[in-house]
Design a protein around this ligand. Sequence first.
Ligand SMILES: *[C@@H]1O[C@H](CO)[C@@H](O)[C@H](O)[C@H]1NC(C)=O
Ligand SMILES: *[C@@H]1O[C@H](CO)[C@@H](O)[C@H](O)[C@H]1NC(C)=O
Length: 302
Amino acid sequence: MPCQFSVLASSRFVDRRRISIMIPLVLFSGAVFLFFMPFNSWGKSSSYSLDLSLKIHEIEVVAEFPHDPDAFTQGLLYAGNDTLYESTGLNGKSSVRKVALRTGKVEVIQHMDYSYFGEGLTLLGDRLYQVAWLTNTGFTYDLHNLSKVKPFKHYMKDGWGLATDGEVLFGSDGTSTLYRMDPKTMKVTDKHTVRYNGRKVRYLNELEYINKEVWANVWQSDCIARISPKDGSLLGWILLPKLSQGLLKSGHRGIDVLNGIAWDSDKQRLFVTGKLWPKLYQIKLKPASEKREKQIERQCLV
Ligand SMILES: *[C@@H]1O[C@H](CO)[C@@H](O)[C@H](O)[C@H]1NC(C)=O
Ligand SMILES: *[C@@H]1O[C@H](CO)[C@@H](O)[C@H](O)[C@H]1NC(C)=O
């Protein structure tokens, strides 16, 4: 709107009557616009386009939401309408749950048998796929009521993370291997070893498919690895130590590691949380200073 006004005013054939009508009109519509803008979005954008051309990013917190501090988060995904699905671990506390983003409230929950330790979760069509720790048995659930559909067998060494591009499944098993699997048979159709500067990136954990990349939490680190699903090459790192440090500083001593990435592709919102974290964060990437590159082998390769 300010542009429109300056174009008019600088025009050589200024029509004074039009301007005198335009000024109050511009001011009024500007006021209306500001009035209806949500207060919490002033001064910061709630969504943004990812700039993934850089190799190393740090983060900035855009918003904080409550998260069940008893949820040992193992899988996380965003499914539209401010709704998350989450898989939790620990024997006796494992579950799949539908969670309201804004309140953190668990809306539907399916508890797992004591013998299972829930791990990664992904959504394909209206089926949730979940893997479990120390077993090659996984489960599928109905998206709406979380009723169990049927178990499956997979061929990874263990079940840690799952993600999908809408056609195939990507999986991790705690090693440096990224698997590609056929969701109908769970057969491995491709796999790659992920390396950084020649060293294996072990403990690939929770996975998320974002902008044609697979993002992986590296267990016991505050790092997310960006991996090419085509050849397993490492595309970049996201460094997030300030989240757990912030929680510890504010007295949340019982927290475990960073884990859980969810992506809202419609609104380009990126969410992360951790095991037993009382908060879930909407974050934004920002370029990291050059010297961070030297710390990556120490911080991210555990
Ligand atoms: C979105 O979520 C709200 C609150 O949980 C619910 O009432 C509404 O029916 C949902 N809308 C859709 C389209 O699922
Ligand atoms: C869950 O929903 C599916 C359809 O989406 C239905 O077939 C099934 O009976 C429902 N299960 C329960 C326990 O309500």
